[in-house]
Design a protein around this ligand. Structure first.
Ligand code: ADP
Length: 500
């Protein structure tokens, strides 16, 4: 291995202040060592709220990626042969350390990602919950004995770790998207190489530091930062990698699925969504409005399961639109580190351009701007804040009705019948999450069964939790994360035919 000593990175002084003096980890983790790139290149990490460069992380390439795979591969047999209880103790310790350091980790996340501090704190707790769940669930990864058709035979089914797992994650949930994969992978006995998003590597490296403190053995978790393509290609070229777990866009997921075919990797893909949010005439309107705000505007709308299009039945359409508009106008936009802020900056300029182009397209096709529809200037900050927006009279031709806006924009359309709502809700290439509100129990079951989505929120807009299977159908992905179903993604079934 070509490890260099950790590069001493001079972090910005205000950043040190904001992270309460904790020295920032900017090197990559390979085989238990903190390493720099062979050629000394780095990537800047910027605060999307201010454009301030807060750190530079190592830009590793193909050679270091192979080193990381090598470390994971060598650590594999020993990790797989420890008991599930021993692995569980270490995984749970990492969760405990994340909760101990919640304040520091949350500030770090807000600095590199932009989300309001309260949401960042919530994400750290949510991220730790996946580790806790997996630490326990690993102990229940049971095999089977199946009755044989010959008296002198026994059929045994063993569950064994898949092997070295490549984990590739996005920037919108810099901690939880890692632990949701890491927990079950480690619990099942796999070792991992994590490539976090270029925009948010610092949260990943901070988790790596805590994993070392927790005593997770060297090589079990490797974290490499750098440009996506050379790292990804080196992962997919290496036959020792046996599994890809990816969260990100459908476009990149499809491309990686192609690359993963080279070595026939097991794959889990959690991709884009376009969630419909349906409000029936008989809905509890207070709950529907509160849920609409929470579901749409969390993380400034940069969430794969956030509501993308609202369908409201004719009898309550006007009431819903006016109450939703009042709630949206009350949301506070600003720097995620400021008290009371509910909507932070968008992640980058491309995100802003996409939001603006969707609004422009919607209004040119007859959409009515009820609230927002413009940038918001925040003193002393980057021009990257967008007002929470409500567009009424959405039609199927509009981009907001077809593509992920990934911003704080709520388009609303009127419908008349239940069957019309279901047809319009299912008219999407995506199938991740869908929401609906009704007080009719028969309708509730009918609609839940008819929606072509992997996750359905029935009178509930916050379905994500560690014990439930999370994932999509159609272009939203393959496989499930969370709960006992997640363990299947990281374990291989071996059948032993035993003749006595
Ligand atoms: P998002 O829209 O959330 O940024 P992307 O799909 O663009 O999602 O990226 C998700 C993750 O996939 C990021 O970590 C990104 O670096 C990574 N990625 C993008 N292209 C590649 C590639 N060619 N090989 C490996 N990883 C990639």
């Amino acid at each position: 291995m070509r490890h260099r000593p950790p590069a001493l990175v001079d972090t910005h002084s205000s950043f040190r202040h904001l992270t309460k003096g904790h020295r920032l980890q900017t090197s990559s983790l390979i085989g238990g060592k903190w390493v720099g790139s062979a050629d000394g290149t780095t990537l800047a990490v910027t605060n999307p709220a201010t454009d301030e460069v807060i750190a530079r992380v190592q830009a590793l390439g193909a050679a270091e990626t192979r080193d990381a795979v090598d470390a994971a591969y060598r650590a594999g047999p020993r990790w797989a042969s420890t008991t599930a209880a021993e692995r569980g103790t270490l995984i749970a310790r990492l969760a405990t350390l994340m909760r101990r350091d919640v304040e520091r980790l949350a500030r770090l996340m807000t600095l590199e990602q932009g989300k309001p501090l309260a949401e960042a704190r919530g994400e750290i707790g949510y991220a730790a919950s996946f580790l806790d769940w997996a630490a326990e669930e690993g102990k229940r990864l049971k095999g089977e004995i199946i009755p044989a058709s010959a008296a002198d035979k026994r059929i045994l089914v063993l569950r064994q770790p898949v092997g070295v797992t490549a984990i590739i994650t996005p920037w919108n949930f810099p901690a939880a998207m890692i632990t949701r994969k890491l927990g079950p992978a480690l619990a099942a006995g796999c070792t991992v190489v994590i490539k976090p998003a270029e925009d948010t590597p610092l949260s990943a490296l901070a988790i790596g530091e805590l994993a070392c403190e927790a005593g997770i053995p060297d090589g079990v978790i490797n974290i490499i930062t750098g440009k996506a393509a050379p790292i990804g290609d080196a992962m997919f070229d290496d036959p020792r990698v046996r599994k890809l777990s990816f969260t990100g866009s459908t476009e990149v997921g499809r491309m990686l699925m192609g690359k993963a075919s080279k070595n026939l990797l097991r794959i889990s893909l959690e991709l884009g969504g376009h969630a419909p949010f349906i409000v029936f005439d008989d809905a509890d309107m207070d709950r529907a409005v509160d849920a609409a705000v929470a579901c749409k505007f969390r993380n400034a709308g940069q969430t794969c399961i956030c509501a993308n299009r609202f369908y409201v039945q004719a009898g309550v359409y006007d009431e819903f639109v006016s109450r939703f508009a009042v709630a949206i106008e009350g949301l506070r936009v600003g720097d995620g580190l400021s008290d009371g802020v509910q909507i932070g900056p968008l992640i980058n300029d491309a995100a802003m351009e996409k939001v603006e182009s969707h609004i422009q397209n919607a209004t040119s096709l007859g959409g009515r701007l009820v609230v927002g529809g413009k940038r918001v200037r925040v003193d002393g900050h980057a021009d990257r804040f967008y007002a929470p927006t409500l567009v009424a009279e959405m039609t199927p031709e509009m981009l907001v009705c077809r593509e992920e806006t990934f911003g704080p924009v709520a388009p609303v359309a009127k419908f008349n019948s239940e069957s019309e709502a279901i047809t319009r809700a299912n008219d999407s290439e995506f199938g991740l999450a869908a929401y609906f509100f009704t007080r009719d129990a028969s309708r509730l079951m009918r609609v839940a069964e008819s929606l072509e989505y992997g996750i359905v929120g029935a009178n509930d807009a916050a379905p994500s939790t560690a014990q439930a299977p999370f994932g999509g159908v159609k272009h939203s992905g393959l496989g499930r994360e969370g709960g006992s179903h997640a363990m299947d993604e990281y374990s291989e079934i071996k059948y032993v035919s035993w003749r006595l």
